[in-house]
Design a protein. Structure first.
Lengths: 347, 105
């Protein structure tokens, strides 16, 4: 951190700032100019000083942060890309990993059929909601543990891994028995108690970006999980709130290169929730892969018009298959690949 | 041209000699700072003593014969003091750790 003192700052004011920084454990570099005195605070303090509180000291004109507030998620802490293992499926490696499935798990047959079809198209992970955070308490809330069991069975039949959303720390232990990755929804991104509990597990976590969260806040949420000792975190961009209302949210694809530069964690994109309509999902999915995303999270439904939630944004199985074919053409430009499609096994 | 070049070389040799002396002197000064750091740790005194730092800076600026202007001398000594403060902190930390280990035994 660099502290610039006011032009007329007194020696006593400068000394107060140095004293506070030294007490926090910083090494201070002082440089007295003709007009301004500049203090550089470097090193590894035992108490990280809040730049805003330093700015409140009399005589301080400006405090400039030079290091990021997060540590473990940063590239400076770990230079090489982290590869996250979702039950044998590696996210962050050379393969673009596509996670597909229904918004909510409705019946055993429904999830079974969708699992078969997305697996045949080249998806590697089955996504699906067992607990649904809904705006209204009277909307369909999900089938809970039963849905997770159906997903596990489907995934094992179709050779997929399972990702599903956890909403409450009390659900974690039960969910660990069924899923390969615990998803944290956008509305829970700053549920710090949930993040801390996930930090104690050694299961992969898919952390969605909050609707109004900056990239820095998002990375700080990931820091909570890593700080607990769980390094298996995948970030997921899903759209943020802006003034634009032609789409439900604005899918911030520029987050991909920003995150890639700042963090070693893999980042995937969910084009379904942000755009909210299936005709927008496909182009944004292509764009996400072109921008360097490590994977996609896509809603696919065998009968979207009768889906119990988010039908309008779910792709038909044929559309999903076409999209996967397109992605196989785009990915090699970036030196990456997608698994080949195969003829679905007869059940 | 060639004569001027060898003049530069001669001055550079002189600079190198002075740097060696400076380096030795700075280290002698640092050794003193380490001792001060240890004693400060024993007595529980703070590492940062602005009055003492102010005295040093004032004195060197007053005694400065030039051609460095006083503010330049001040900045150079500020850096020397910055590093001494760091050394004192490390020394204080070490003697603190040693004391704790002895307490445990």
């Amino acid at each position: 951190m660099v502290i610039v003192m006011e032009q007329g700052a007194t020696e006593a004011q400068v000394q107060k700032v140095i004293e506070a920084l030294v007490e926090a454990g910083y090494d201070v570099h002082r440089s007295s100019g003709v007009q301004h005195t500049v203090l550089g605070a470097v090193g590894t303090p035992h108490v990280v000083a809040d730049p805003r509180s330093i700015e409140m000291f009399p005589g301080v004109r400006e405090v400039i942060k030079i290091s990021e507030p997060y540590k473990l998620v940063g590239r400076t802490f770990k230079h090489d890309d982290t590869i996250v293992d979702l039950g044998g499926v590696l996210v962050g490696g050379p393969e673009v990993v596509v996670m597909a499935g229904p918004c909510s798990v409705e019946t055993r047959e429904q999830v079974g059929a969708i699992g078969q079809t997305v697996s045949a198209s080249g998806a590697r992970v089955l996504r699906g909601g067992a607990f649904k955070p809904r705006t209204s308490p009277y909307s369909f809330q999900g089938h809970g543990e039963t849905a997770l069991r159906w997903m596990r069975e489907t995934a094992d039949e179709s050779g997929l891994a399972v990702v599903s959303e956890v909403m409450d720390p009390r659900q974690i232990e039960m969910m660990l028995r069924y899923v390969d990755c615990l998803q944290v929804g956008a509305r829970n991104m700053q549920n710090f108690d949930l993040l801390k509990e996930l930090g104690r597990t050694r299961k992969a976590v898919l952390l969605k970006r909050g609707l109004s969260a900056t990239i820095e806040e998002w990375l700080l949420s990931a820091e909570y999980i890593l700080a607990g000792g769980n390094m298996q975190v995948v970030l997921c961009e899903r759209g943020i709130r802006t003034f634009e209302n032609a789409t439900r949210n604005t899918l911030d694809l520029s987050a991909i290169p920003v995150v890639k530069k700042r963090s070693h964690l893999p980042i995937v994109v969910d084009p379904s929730h942000g755009t909210g309509r299936r005709d927008k999902v496909i182009p944004m999915a292509r764009a996400a892969v072109a921008a360097g995303a490590d994977g996609l999270l896509i809603e696919v439904h065998n009968d979207p018009d009768h889906a119990l939630s988010d039908g309008a944004q779910s792709l038909f199985p044929e559309q999903f298959d076409t999209l996967m074919g397109e992605l196989r053409v785009i990915a090699p430009v970036l030196g990456r690949s997608l698994p080949l499609a195969r003829v679905p096994a007869q059940r | 041209m060639r004569q001027r070049q060898s003049e530069i070389d001669a001055w550079r040799r002189r600079i190198d000699q002075i740097d060696t002396q400076l380096m030795r002197l700075l280290n002698s000064r640092s050794a003193c700072a380490v001792e001060v750091g240890r004693i400060k740790a024993e007595l529980g005194l703070p590492i940062y003593m602005p009055e003492r730092e102010g005295e040093i800076l004032e004195r060197v600026m007053r005694e400065n014969p030039g051609p460095l202007d006083p503010l330049a001398v001040r900045r150079v000594f500020e850096r020397i003091i910055d590093e001494s403060r760091r050394l004192e902190r490390v020394a204080a930390q070490k003697s603190h750790d040693v004391a704790q280990e002895q307490n445990q035994e």
